[in-house]
Every structure is written in structure tokens, then in C-alpha cells.
Design a protein around this ligand. Sequence first.
Ligand code: ATP
Length: 284
Amino acid sequence: MQLIEKAPAKLNLSLDALYQHPDGEHEWQMVMTSIDLADYVQITAQKSANIVVKTTSGFIPEDQRNLAYQAAKLLQQRFKIKTGALIEIEKHIPVAAGMGGGSSDAAAVLRGLNRLWQLGLSKAELAKIGLQIDSDVPYCVYSETALVTGKGDQIQPLGPLPNLWLVVVKPAISVSTPRILRALNCDQIETRPNTAQLVQAIAAQDTDRLVAGMNNVLAPITSARYPQIEHLIERLETFGADIAQMSGSGPTVFAVCRQLSKAQRVYNSISGFCKEVYLVQPLK
Ligand code: ATP
């Protein structure tokens, strides 16, 4: 038996860290959305107990360091499954970009094996298991616009965003998320997103209020190390974006545009400076 799961990239419309738990983990408050840029994860049942991961990217490990492998192993062990799986990942999401590519692959494996092995687990149950892999996996199990709180494990779907276009730009630098998080001090954050306003704006389909409430508290930390991120944000806004913001711990930056014509102008203008540029929409 074989199936394919789509693993969409995520973007942070907002990212806030309220405090640090005694175990060092952060209490997050984020509004996330998923976009029509995705990896495709094909899972084929195997008679032997082996979990084998193959990817089309030469840059990511295929052994136990792969988050998709970890997801399969967790489910296999937890539910004492005697058979295995061949997991083939067609990568399209840039790696180490702040778009949750590895987490989304892991979440796709959780959803796919839940079907293949007929485990009957709910999204909430899969999300709980996924938290053991990475704090973005619970959100990626849902992959729909949501308010994400706790250590990344509390997911509240918010319904679709108002109609808008996104120009996603991945600068040619790699950012280590753990390094950025080590520099985060919740007591020294100067500007935070207005999460309540974002949630209300989505319910009211009000793009003006949505844009006004956006922010990412990790942006000043990543930008201090890589000033080109701040320059990119300024450039996207000069080209006509309603707002431009970094996603996750970076370096990906995305521009929000109300109109397709404006998004196309931003896309064409920035394509001259960066190689990895995508014109996409949020998933409905
Ligand atoms: P996040 O936004 O969740 O911090 P990211 O988009 O910054 O994630 P990923 O693309 O998930 O980063 O990659 C982060 C690291 O995870 C890379 O160093 C990569 O080698 C490793 N990794 C493990 N499994 C995968 C996978 N299936 N796809 C991509 N990267 C993976």
C-alpha cells in the first residue's frame, strides 16, 4: 500500500515569546499560516520493520537525524507496529529557512502513517506526539491558519485568511534556530505583535488590521547578525508590499500584498536581487 501526503511550508504572521519555562523552553504566542509551497511525502508500506527515508535534496540527512524518520520511529514504537515504511520526500521547501520544512515533513509522516497503519488518532493526538520531535510539528499536523500557544502544542484553528498574496524570499544564508533562541530574552523585547488584534482581524476578514498587528520578536536578533534581512524587508516595502516580515527565526522574509498586480510587481522587482523567490497564496 502506498499514499502521498502534502507537507506545506508555514509562515509566521506573528511570533511572540511570553516567558521562558524552567526547562528552558519558551511560552509561544504565534499566528501561523500554511502556503501553497510544499514538499510531497510518499509513504510505501514495507513487510520488514525498517524505516527508510530518501529525499530529493542533497543537503538533508536521510538517517535518524531526519525529522520524518523520527516521526515514523515514534509511531512505530509507541503502537508496536511490526512492519516498516519507505518514506520518499520530494523537497521544494527551502531548508533551514524558517518555513518549517522538516517539521512539515514529520507531520506529513504522522498523518500518513496514521492512515496506513489504521491507528485512528485525532489531529490533537498526532500533535501531542509531534511535539516530541520539534515545537513546529504540532502546528504542521493541522497546517491551517491557527493561533499557536504553549510550547507550540496548543493549536486553535482560526479559519481562512482574507484574500491576499505573498511574495516569499529566501536569502542565500542559513540560520541556526537554536542559536537565535539562545539569544532571546523575553524581558528585553521592545516591540511585540498584537496577537488579539490579529485573531480578530482574521475573523472579520480585515486585512488592514491584520497587517497592523503583525510582528516577529526574533527579527531584531536575526537581523543583528544578518543585516541583509532588514535591507530586504525595506526593499520589499519600497517595491509596494503592504508589509514585509521575517518568518520564524529567519532568514526567509515574506511580503503581504492585497492585490495580485502589486504582488507581481514586488515579485519581479525582487527577483533581480534574490534567486529563491515564490509568489504564493495562503492555503484556504
Ligand atoms: P523551523 O522553522 O521549524 O525552525 P526551518 O525551516 O528553519 O525550521 P528546516 O528546513 O526544518 O528548518 O531544517 C532545519 C534542520 O533540520 C536542517 O539542518 C536539516 O538538516 C534538518 N532536517 C531534518 N529533517 C529534515 C527534513 N525532512 N527536511 C528538512 N530539513 C530537515
